[in-house]
Design a protein. Sequence first.
Length: 82
Amino acid sequence: RLLLLLVVGFICGIAAEAPAEFNVVFTTTVNGGSNFTVTVQREWSPNGVDRFWSLLQPDTRYYDNNGFFRVVPGFVVQVRSF
């Protein structure tokens, strides 16, 4: 039953619950390489943050080698979709 629940959860896009707040450090290759940190707060958008959290996990690595097409400091970061 547990395996079935996990498979159904994966197919339906059910993500593990993210921490209330966490930081993600992104490394870029633009202008010789630089880092920026995104602080995420789950209370702002629980479902979206849970999905983002699931994409950060080592078995997913969704954001590895992905491109950003817009960064507005203090507001938003948008990534390219595959």
